[in-house]
Design a protein around this ligand. Sequence first.
Ligand code: FEO
Length: 397
Amino acid sequence: MRPVEICPNVYWVGVNDRATGLFEGLWPIDNCGISYNAYLIRDDKTALIDLSKEAFTDDFVDQISKLMDLSQLDYVIINHMEPDHSGSMTRLRALAPNARFLGMAKAVSMMKDFYNLTENVEVVKHDQTLSLGHLTLRFIFTPLVHWPETMMTYLEERQVLFSCDGFGAYGALNGSIFDDEQPDLKSVEAEALRYFSNIVAAYSKNVLQAIEKVSAHPVSMVAPSHGPVWRSYPDRIISRYQRWASYAGEPAEPGVAVLYGSMYRNTERAMESALQALRENQVPIEVFNVSEIDASYFLPSLWTKRGILVACPTYERAMFPAMLHALTMAEIKGVRHKKAAYLGSWAWSGGAKSVFEDFASRLEWETLGAVEFNGSAKPEDTEAIRSLATRLAEACR
Ligand code: FEO
């Protein structure tokens, strides 16, 4: 894509990544890609906000070169040092030797750690402004959205918030960059939620603090570093992030996320009884086979649903490994304060139930019960499972 002027003298100069299968080596994006958005401001002075991943440096440099001679660049604003935004830094340093690289103190130390870049760098302060001539940038420190050195940059005269990872979404930009040009904004929001739950949910408290800081300024446009530029509905993406982040500390939406894994279908058959009882009690459910689906896709459900049902057998005196991984990802991502229940089969030794209870304790899940059964579920086991699912449903409506 060619550069796009998002408002007078301000240009999107991002690139699409349709080659990477796993973002951060973890999260599947092979079906949607991702964009690395960067922005160029041309005023009396020129400023580039954020960069790109190293593998896309040629495309990125080509984008900027369509608008200016890089050797004349005055400032590079580093909102965040994760290499999906800083990977082209070494090349930019060489092409723009006079540019000053600005960031938080931690960002400046990371410039040395990652790229041995120490010259012509400058630490900025929270709320510090930088005049480019007619336009003014203000730096708003938003640590841990997503790393400790992360800040947002606000263009005062245009009320544009360059929010980096904040308010971002998975998904390459298919020929258009603005929210009102997307053919299906609901699918954009679904990818924003997947991105949120995968990347920044663990720092929800910081997301809420960032939104509080940003609220001191009128925002007419949200220009993140991943996904569309929100020029028509900036409040919409901010309020979505605010709501999702609030679930870290308060009950989420009615419903139960059901995670299951099964070796010979004994646990799966028992789970069917639980699903039926949940639906008979009018609670929305989403069901995921943890042996088949990546954590990236069930984390949004775990995050936004009030309850969690874990259904898996014991495996070698411990928990079924695919479920162990699923719950480990839930713990890493801070899925806390849920109503939870467990069911599962064992053959000659139990073990999964106590692993579940350890997770539940650490994650401050309120456990409504656990039913484990030897081999296949007998009628009395099925009744106990239906009763447990009914209690879970009542707690999650
Ligand atoms: Fe898009 Fe935390 O990097």
